[in-house]
Structure formats: C-alpha cells, structure tokens
Design a protein around this ligand. Structure first.
Ligand code: PLP
Length: 413
C-alpha cells in the first residue's frame, strides 16, 4: 500500500493546480462530431428533398421515410413495418411509451396503468440514470435487480414477474450496458423471450442504444430477442429502442421504436394525434450518408478509432495504479461508452466528492441506481469519451490518486 502522506500531498498538489475536467456524461468528443460533418451539406436544394415521390419538406410520413425504416430494419434485424422513426431522442420515445401505457394502456382494451394501482419496474443495477428518472417521474416503484456476468439475474426476474402483478415493466440495455459494459448472453436473451409474467401488460423496455458500438476484437453479438420472442408468441412483450445519437449527432440524429404489429398500431394511433409528421429532411440527410448498414459500420469505425485509445488509457491506468487494492475492480467492455469502476463498500461517494473538489466532475455516485441510491456505495461510472486524450490522462491521474487515498487504511472521513 502506498504511503498515505505521499498520496495526500499528491492530491493537494493536483487540487492547487485548479484543473478542470468533465467526465460526467457519455458524450461524443468534438473530434467524433467532426467525422459526421458531411451530413450538414447532404441536402442543399429543394429538389434534393424529394425522394421516392415524397417531398420531405412537407407534412406526412408519421412512421418515417422508407429508406430510414429499411436502414433501422437492417440494424435491428427486424421488418420495416415493425419500426417507427422519430425525432432525435430515443429517451423521448421511451418517455412517451411509458406515458401512453399510463394514459391509454399498452394496447386497445388493456387498462391504463394509471388505473392499475401500484406499478413497478425491474431495474438491473447499476443501470442508466435517465431510465430511472423516467420511472420516477411517473411515480413507478423501482425494484433493483442484480447483475451476473452475462446479464441481469434471470432467476430473480422470472420469479418476480411470475409472482408480482404490479411489475409492468423492466429497463434493459442489452448490449454494452450502461454502465457495466455487459452484453446479454444468448441464454439470458432466450430467457427474456420466454418470460411468463403475471401481468398481461408487462413490457420489456429493450434499449439497444449501443447496437453497433463495438470497440475491441470485432465486438460482441447480441441474440435477436424479437425473433426469439416470436417463436413463443411473446413479441408483444418487447418495446425496442435505438437511435443514431452516437452514430451521427446526439443533438440532431434519429431515433426509432420497434415492436410487434399490435404495439406499433397502438403507438401510431396516438402518435398520429401528437404530430402530422417528423423531421423527414433529417431522415433524408441520414439516408444519404448511410444508405445501408455497411455505411453505418464504416462510420462506427471512425468513432472507434477516436474512442479506443481513451478506453485503453483508462484500462491501463486502472491496471497500473489500482490493481491489487482489495475490493477495487472494473469492467473491461468490448464496446459502448462506459467503464464501471467499483470500490470497497462505502467509498464511492467520498471518492467522487474528493475528485470534484480537485476539479474532476464525474457522474454523481449513486446516479446509476434507482432514486440515486447505491445501497453499497461502491459504483462509479467512468465516461471516457468526451475529454481529449491528454485531458483524460490528467483526469485519470487525479481519479486514481483519489481512489488510492480513500482506500488507504489511514484514510479517515
Ligand atoms: N439509452 C442509453 C442506454 C444511453 O446510454 C443513452 C445515452 O447515454 C441514451 C439512451 C440516450 O439516447 P438518445 O440520445 O437517443 O435519447
């Protein structure tokens, strides 16, 4: 164990340097955004806006233009008629999907959730804070589900949904999960596809945000849950979400909702009242840049070239500085946007606070848990993409110093 006084002095020195770093959110770096700039000039004239007889400047096309539906169908390995294209945010669709179930029920004839008494969602932890924020906004009770190495604990889930009718939903990030980096195994996906929930209107919110976001060794593959579910007549149970936020621009991309015929019809019956049509010019811009999934994969390789060294920097700093400290371990994801760092019980909040005092903003400790409460206070989400590599290296120097400090036996709060 390193000398406590040496560590403390190092921390105080860094603090006095007034460094400022932000690793709080999984945002693409400026260099990544610049790889997409051709989209800004993909359409410059009125006649460019007319495609397959559709004038994208005008109203209409509530479910999206055919080229983009085809692109998402290829990405998700689903059918075009199972997909609705929306604005730039999949979170927006998730929020609306919960709101629709609350107000109108999941399908015609089902009771609106708001009239069903207590509503609960299963939440694998650590998970995505904004999923939990949606549940909380609607007053949905959240139940923590532990993770195993190949996905959430399916024994727990199968039992809970079979016994508890208040469980109407579950949040899932099945590939390169935020923040654990875990991709669900085939076995886990098959067990999802064959769930037998007590609540007929139980829905899995399958947020495939990192579907093409491979970084290392060709990435990991995720079994197609929808295809599996169809084999058992369970396809109505899945709401699938995806977006181009981390393919093109997070602020100006496209998002999609994919599901069974019944669910799509129900969703469209309400969306048609919400809007006369989405931003089809942006859809067309994307179609011009990404005519097929190959073009998307080529784009993702450009992102990976920028992101990979940053993930490597985090992993090698942790390996060099933190390995061997009891109770400290971290994920080694093959893709996605996050690394999950775990400290001994009761240390995460303190480490995040000390980092903040010295100029490094991390995602607040506990944010990856429902209600912001990490019961063990162990988890810190590391988002390495946004800072430049030199900034990241300095931030890691500070982060590792802070972790070693709070884990040192001489450390007192
Ligand atoms: N889902 C997950 C799992 C995410 O990690 C993020 C962003 O970090 C989002 C959704 C946000 O998606 P969008 O930009 O499409 O709203």
């Amino acid at each position: 164990m390193e000398d406590f006084v040496v560590l403390k002095n190092k921390y105080e020195k860094i603090k006095s340097e007034n460094r400022k770093f932000d690793m709080s959110r999984g945002k693409p770096a400026l260099a990544q955004l610049d790889t997409v700039n051709d989209i800004l000039t993909a359409i410059t004239k009125g006649e460019d806006c007319v495609s397959s007889g559709v004038d994208c400047r005008n109203y209409g096309g509530v479910d999206g233009i055919p080229q983009i539906k085809a692109l998402f169908a290829e990405i998700l390995q689903m059918e075009e008629k199972e997909i609705i294209i929306s604005g730039n945010s999949s979170l927006n669709i998730m929020f609306d999907t919960v709101a629709r179930a609350m107000m109108f029920g999941t399908v015609e004839g089902e009771k609106p959730w708001i009239h069903s008494g207590k509503i609960s969602f299963l939440c694998p932890v650590p998970g995505y804070d904004r999923h939990f924020a949606i549940s909380e906004a609607f007053g949905i009770n959240m139940i923590n589900v532990p993770y195993k190495s190949d996905g959430p604990d399916m024994d727990f889930i199968e039992k809970a949904v079979a016994e508890d009718e208040s469980i109407k939903g579950m949040w899932c990030v099945p590939k390169y999960s935020n923040p654990t980096g875990i991709t669900y195994s085939d076995d886990v996906v098959r067990r999802f596809a064959t769930l037998k929930p007590k609540a007929r209107d139980f829905r899995v919110f399958w947020d495939n945000a990192y579907v093409v976001h491979d970084l290392f060794d060709g990435g990991e593959t995720l079994l197609n849950v929808f295809e599996e579910a169809k084999k058992y007549g369970n396809e109505d149970m899945f709401y699938i979400f995806v977006s181009t936020s981390k393919i093109s621009f997070p602020g100006s991309g496209l998002a999609a909702f994919a599901s069974s015929k019944k669910n799509i019809e129900h969703a469209l019956s309400k969306i048609k009242i919400q809007t006369i049509g989405p931003d089809k010019i942006n859809q067309l811009r994307h179609a011009k840049l990404y005519p097929d999934v190959k073009a998307v994969i080529a784009q993702m390789e450009k992102h990976a070239e920028i992101i990979r060294p940053k993930f490597n920097a985090v992993l090698s700093a942790f390996e060099k500085e933190l390995s061997g400290i009891e109770g400290v371990w971290w994920s080694k994801p093959k893709g996605g946007y996050f690394i999950s760092l775990n400290l001994p019980h009761g240390k995460a909040k303190k480490a995040v606070a000390l980092a903040k005092d010295a100029g490094l903003v991390l995602t607040p400790a506990g944010a990856s848990f429902p209600y912001g409460i990490d019961p063990d206070d162990t988890n810190i989400r590391i988002a390495p993409t946004y800072p430049s590599l030199p900034e990241l290296e300095q931030a890691l120097d500070l982060l590792c110093t802070v972790v070693k400090l709070v884990c040192n036996e001489a450390y007192k709060d």
